[in-house]
Design a protein around this ligand. Structure first.
Ligand code: NAP
Length: 266
């Protein structure tokens, strides 16, 4: 990674990326954050990174500009930057904002969209990426080098696939939290205290995710391996299946995708 980075918006996602970069040894001197909030500014400065309230000044020395504001602010912020981005690549994490909109508002041809998820805050994110065809391979490599500090990156060749990414990995952490929340309720119903139930469920989720992550076999095979015929796991999985678990999860993911498509087109 050779260039200088500027973050427009210094909130959760910007701080996650900056934290990841600092951990990998990226120099704080090569980063600038523009954010109107003095509270965010103080947090950024504690990390040793320069803070400014002037977006235009902040992008001046940048090679890569990360747009990390809420989607509703993206148009105003990009329009104010129009003409100042020149050959700088604009990487937007704003959900639902398309590359066509980013190019039109910022007058920059070099735009990349990124759909991260909240585990990026603990360096275990999944980040779906789409680049405008004008973004050359060396710039894409720089983008990946930055974002790999907070998780795994995956390029998509069709922008529309980012709606599926939103539905699966973007919103996905909440589906797992929902399942965990329900399992805690089940344990409490069986007489286990909430604190102990939460430990049982959280550690089980962590262990299952680690096994799935480290194992080349599919989650389906891993499930079959722990499901003895006539045993406890089979009793639970059959109940889920007979209750329409598969169809419901697929329907839920599709609902999230449709919502993402609607947000992108509005
Ligand atoms: N958090 C996630 O895991 C996640 C996942 C997927 C996508 N995203 C996307 O990431 C983006 C940022 O999310 P976030 O959670 O990091 O939001 P956030 O914590 O609210 O951070 C946004 C920051 O931008 C600042 N800001 C407001 N107006 C600005 C302006 N004109 N110029 C520069 N900065 C300005 C805000 O300051 P004030 O607080 O003073 O307004 C705030 O500090 C969103 O578009 C969201 O869709 C986030």
């Amino acid at each position: 990674m050779n260039g200088n980075l500027t973050f427009i918006g210094g909130g959760n996602i910007a701080q996650a990326i900056i934290g990841g970069l600092l951990e990998t040894g990226f120099s704080p001197d090569r980063m600038t954050v523009a954010d109107p909030s003095p509270e965010q500014g103080a947090t950024i400065e504690r990390l040793g990174v320069a803070w400014d309230t002037d977006n235009l000044k902040a992008v001046d020395s940048a090679d890569l500009v990360f747009l990390c504001v809420k989607p509703g602010l993206a148009q105003t912020v990009c329009e104010a930057l129009a003409g100042s981005l020149d050959q700088k690549c604009l990487i937007s994490v704003a959900a639902g904002i398309t590359t066509t909109q980013l190019k039109q508002w910022s007058h920059s041809g070099l735009v990349v969209r990124c759909m991260p998820n909240t585990p990026a805050l603990v360096r275990s994110g999944m980040l779906g990426l789409y680049a405008d065809p004008s973004v050359a391979a060396p710039i894409r490599d720089e983008v990946v080098a930055c974002l790999s500090s907070v998780g795994i990156t995956e390029w998509f060749t069709r922008e529309a696939d980012l709606d599926a990414v939103t539905a699966i990995s973007g919103s996905g952490p909440a589906y797992f939290f929902y399942l965990m929340e329900t399992m805690v309720k089940a344990a409490e119903k069986m007489g286990i205290s909430k604190a102990t139930a939460t430990t049982l469920v959280t550690q089980t989720a962590l262990g299952a995710a680690k096994m799935a992550h480290q194992n080349p076999q599919s989650p389906e095979i891993l499930r079959q391996q722990v499901t003895s015929p006539g045993g406890t796991t089979q009793a639970a999985c059959e109940t889920l299946s007979q209750g329409g678990f598969d169809a419901l999860v697929i329907e839920a993911c599709e609902a999230a995708k449709v919502r993402s498509e609607t947000l992108s087109s509005s």
